[in-house]
Design a protein around this ligand. Structure first.
Ligand code: IPE
Ligand code: IPE
Ligand code: MG
Length: 266
């Protein structure tokens, strides 16, 4: 069989990947799980419109997917999960949708904080949170405070997040340190930049999950994703559950990461 044949057989096998949770779990090597998974929670609107519902129903359903993915990450001992909830570009949407999304976040914080705490999840909201309305800021404060002691999983919730703004904020913070003499320009390196991002202290994502079939980053974690493995799936976020998450992890473990080096054994 030629290379084409091998590739297409592999594609078919992958498309047919089992939906049995136990089988998928048995295919995972617990010692090689990602230390950080990032997910762009996209496709809520399409999910709803396909069923004749308003887009907001898709957002509501998307919360269930987030809950499942958070639970499973904690169960599997994945230390960090970053979920993109609202981007700095999402302000371009109609005001009613924005209000709905903000209220949904407040609702999520109120309803989920106790379970998150029980499961050892520590929530960190990343983004430009200063500009958000008081009830959203209060929900963020409460959620972070309630889950402060979580030691199993760090959940970064990206709210009013834009990677370019994150880098601008880091540049400003570094510049201030240089001006005040706390940092020498020659000491600025990759670690210094990383330490001034919203994700400081956390490992970069090993795996990025991009549902809804889009091949773009939509301004998510531009710096941190430099060597991340991408997993793009056509599944819309509200349909993304435990099985889809396990499938993504199985795919991830089949990848060979070279970081600019050579294939093992060469
Ligand atoms: C993602 O779903 C949720 C947010 C961006 C807040 P979308 O609302 O973007 O859904 P689609 O892409 O229109 O299907
Ligand atoms: C990305 O989805 C942002 C979030 C999921 C929060 P978008 O729907 O905003 O992305 P684009 O506009 O299709 O790139
Ligand atoms: Mg979208």
């Amino acid at each position: 069989m030629g290379l084409k044949g091998i590739v297409s057989r592999r594609r078919i096998a992958e498309a047919k990947m089992t939906r049995d949770e136990d089988v998928l779990k048995s295919r995972l090597d617990p010692s090689r799980l990602p230390r950080h998974v990032a997910v762009i929670m996209d496709g809520n609107g399409r999910w709803a419109l396909k069923r004749g519902f308003p887009r907001t129903v898709g957002h509501q359903k998307g919360v269930d997917s987030l809950r499942e993915v958070v639970r499973l990450s904690a169960e599997l001992n994945i230390p960090v999960l970053s979920a993109y909830a609202f981007s700095t570009e999402n302000w371009r949407r109609p005001p009613e949708e924005i209000t709905f999304l903000m209220d949904l976040f407040v609702d999520y914080a109120g309803k989920e904080s106790e379970e998150l705490k029980r499961n050892g999840v520590k929530v960190r909201v990343i983004g430009r949170v200063e500009g958000l309305s008081p009830h959203v800021s209060e929900a963020i404060r409460m959620l972070e405070e309630t889950t402060r002691g979580g030691r199993v999983l760090v959940l970064n919730l990206a709210v009013n997040y834009g990677a370019r703004w994150e880098i601008v904020d880091a540049v400003k913070a570094i510049t201030e340190k240089v001006w005040s003499g706390k940092l020498k320009p020659e000491d600025i390196d990759e670690t210094v930049v990383s330490d001034h991002l919203y994700t400081s202290g956390l490992p970069d994502p090993d795996l990025l999950i991009r549902p809804a079939g889009e091949f773009r980053l939509s301004n998510f974690l531009l710096w941190q994703l430099a060597y991340t493995e991408f997993y793009v799936t056509p599944v819309l976020w509200p349909d993304f559950g435990r099985v889809e998450f396990l499938q993504a992890l199985v795919h991830y473990q089949r990848r060979e990461r070279r970081y600019g080096g050579l294939k093992r054994g060469l």
